[in-house]
Design a protein around this ligand. Structure first.
Ligand code: PLP
Length: 419
């Protein structure tokens, strides 16, 4: 199969056109160790703009009540704001209908929902599930649990030395027993953007549904679930300038309707007797109990904020930062970028000869620079490159080139201390 490169190619944009958005983030004014905070860990959790913080405060101070079950003013307003947030997400990912958007507690919860709701119902002994080397643990472990329970098998798509999936190998994994595909859209450890549209199309030729882990894609590139034609798509609010504790699962209505519920309890039922319970319609069938109402409304505000800036603009700006940082880091002797895919988001995983990543992270912190060190919940990626860990700088649209310069100076300083 021919891979069509659909990513947006970098072009020169006015770096300072995004500078004004930086001021929206109060936390970026902090000093850490007497140095201005340089936050380069947005792949783990992005920061929150004032407008989202204000939205949460307004909800708690003027709108809070439990949703769905009452006719009084506050409950009605909370319900309508919660459903309004669902509608914002539907528009953001271009789902066909609001009911295809389910609020979950995050990407991990969304994937577990699909494993329990779809996997436990439809995947049997001897069936095969295709995953990739690039998956985050949250798109590995649930499927391993299912495989253990059912006797299904997991097949893995390998990667090349740049951190790109081997598409020929992916296609060769398909056979009569293939029943499910789980794909990471963008690698959190390396930044690789995978050619998921083509991979989904290939799986569909074999009538196999595909779940996309979009945790690292939705914050950085425009996602259109109808164009991708994925069956499921998952991401978390806290990586998109929203609060922790909430995320979403998109599912095609027909898939969601065919699935069994994941969690039982209030709101997910149509009627309950001790003899028999019937389930509510989607999306409510998958939202048992009181959902994270405030967080979902904050999620909606974050989606509004990002949409106002524009995901294409964010992607272009971040690519410019990535190219700038890649060039500078490649100039430092003894520093090696892990993951050099042609299509990447602004994630720079690197190792430095003779220095453990944790030492790099600790010393950079003394300079006020926050990077993540470790295996990034992607141990199979580390195993592929035969390393225990990397240091990872991940950029967002509120970062700038001065911060990249500070990172580079910080790495050089760390090398002076250790070497
Ligand atoms: N998938 C990817 C690619 C991620 O990067 C992460 C978090 O880092 C997750 C899944 C899990 O997200 P959460 O912890 O919000 O459930």
């Amino acid at each position: 199969m021919k891979i069509i490169d659909t990513s947006i190619q970098p072009r020169k944009i006015q770096t300072n056109s995004m500078e004004k958005f930086r001021a929206d983030f109060p936390i970026l004014k902090l000093k850490i160790n007497d140095k201005p905070l340089i936050y380069l860990d947005s792949a783990a959790s992005s920061q929150m703009p004032q407008v989202v913080i204000d939205r949460l405060v307004h909800y708690q101070t003027a709108q809070h009540a439990n949703i769905n079950r009452a006719v009084y003013y506050l409950s009605e307003i909370a319900t309508s704001e919660y459903e309004g947030a669902r509608h914002k997400l539907q528009k953001f990912i271009n789902a066909r209908e609001d009911r295809e958007v389910i609020f979950t507690s995050g990407t991990t919860d969304s994937i577990n929902l699909v494993m329990h709701g779809y996997g436990r119902k439809f995947i049997k002994a001897g069936d095969e599930i295709i995953l990739t080397t690039l998956e985050h643990h949250s798109n590995i472990v649930p499927w391993q649990m299912l495989a253990e329970e059912t006797g299904a098998k997991i097949r893995i798509v390998p990667i090349n030395d740049k951190g790109e999936l081997l598409i020929d190998a992916y296609e060769k994994l398909f056979n009569k027993r293939t029943k499910f595909v789980g794909l990471i859209h963008v690698s959190n450890a390396l930044g690789t953007i995978n050619p998921i549209k083509q991979m989904i199309a290939f799986a569909h030729l074999h009538h196999v549904p595909v779940l996309i882990d979009g945790a690292q894609a939705a914050p950085h590139i425009k996602v259109d679930v109808q164009d991708l034609d994925c069956d499921f798509y998952a991401f978390s609010a806290h990586k998109l300038c929203g609060p922790t504790g909430v995320g979403m699962l998109y599912g095609k209505a027909a898939q969601l309707e065919a699935m069994q519920p994941f969690k039982g309890g209030g709101d997910m039922i149509a009627s309950v007797t001790f003899e028999k319970t019937t389930y509510n319609v989607i999306p409510h069938k998958f939202e048992a109990g009181t959902p994270p109402i405030a967080a979902a409304i904050g999620f909606g505000a974050a989606i509004d904020y990002l949409s106002t800036i524009g995901m294409d603009k964010i992607h272009l700006y971040e690519l410019d930062l990535l190219n700038y940082a890649t060039e500078l880091i490649n100039d430092i002797p003894g520093v090696h970028i892990v993951g050099n895919a042609i299509n990447k988001t602004a994630v720079l995983s690197f190792v430095v000869d003779g220095i453990h990543p944790h030492d790099i992270g600790t010393l950079l912190n003394q300079e006020g620079i926050a990077v993540r060190t470790g295996h990034h919940c992607a141990q199979p990626v580390m195993q592929r490159f035969n390393i225990p860990a990397t240091s990872r700088a991940s950029f967002a649209f509120y970062n700038n080139k001065l911060e990249v310069d500070a990172l580079i100076a910080g790495i050089r300083k760390v090398q002076k201390v250790f070497l």
